[in-house]
Design a protein around this ligand. Structure first.
Ligand code: AP5
Length: 213
């Protein structure tokens, strides 16, 4: 099964991706996580680091290469869930070509998480991630346990959050119609408890004919 999760920063893509991947036994492929990993390892080019931390989008070719390499790894044989990729029409077109070149694979469903902007800002500014486990917390809704080694993302500062939300609005103007035309797009209400959102996502996957509830 090949699933794509789209939605604005803070919509809960990472949170839902972890739940869905464990349910379907497929790996999560998050371009954001891969880039942050490269940043920690000191292998991310400085110009990309600056773009990321300020809330901008990297050039398409930088992320397409990451996906091309990752999707041919052995654990992707039964499918995968893409979180945060594609974000632009050229990325979506490159993904279709890539999948076609991998023996005619196809996307099963594109799931768009909808959350109003004021709630997104509130979620992002209070997000913390455990450096060791990658677990995502929210200081108010899902507080971290004592002893967690917390990280506050550079792009979760209010000025970067605002830029990321604007970039998403500009991007979806073209990306969502691209998938709507292909009849792959499912809009899911992302407001509510994470498990309620998961239930809605699973229903949408089921409606796509790919399994789930
Ligand atoms: P990326 O890491 O993909 O960030 P993003 O899309 O901005 O998404 P986030 O990770 O911020 O949010 P999320 O939707 O995963 O929400 P989460 O589950 O954490 O990308 C980062 C950067 O990398 C980009 O800005 C860009 O520079 C670069 N990049 C990445 N991919 C790229 C690409 N394809 N092209 C170009 N550049 C690219 O949840 C957020 C918070 O809300 C958490 O605190 C969580 O606990 C809480 N929460 C989640 N669900 C709920 C709920 N139901 N109720 C209450 N709280 C909730």
């Amino acid at each position: 099964m090949i699933l794509v999760l789209v939605g604005p920063p803070g919509a809960g893509k990472g949170t839902q991706a972890k739940l869905l991947c464990s349910r379907f036994g497929i790996p999560q492929i998050s371009t954001g996580d891969m880039l942050r990993e490269a940043k920690r390892a000191g292998t991310l080019e400085k110009r990309y680091l600056d773009i990321m931390d300020s809330g901008g989008l990297l050039p398409d070719e930088a992320v397409i290469g990451l996906i091309a390499r990752r999707t041919v790894e052995p654990d992707c044989g039964n499918g995968f869930l893409l979180d945060g990729f594609p974000r632009t029409v050229p990325q979506a077109t490159a993904l279709d070509e890539l999948l076609a070149s991998q023996g005619g694979r196809r996307i099963d469903a594109v799931l768009q998480l909808d959350v109003p902007r004021p709630l997104l800002e509130e979620r992002l500014i209070h997000r913390r991630t455990d450096k060791r486990s990658g677990q995502i917390y929210h200081l108010v809704y899902n507080p971290p346990p004592p002893g967690a080694e917390l990280e506050h993302r550079a792009d979760d500062r209010p000025e970067a959050v605002s830029k990321r939300l604007d970039a998403y609005d500009a991007m979806t103007a073209a990306l969502l119609p691209f998938y709507e035309e292909k009849q792959l797009l499912h809009r899911v209400d992302g407001v509510g408890k994470p498990e309620e959102v998961t239930h809605r996502v699973l229903s949408a996957v089921g409606r796509s004919g790919s399994g789930g509830e």
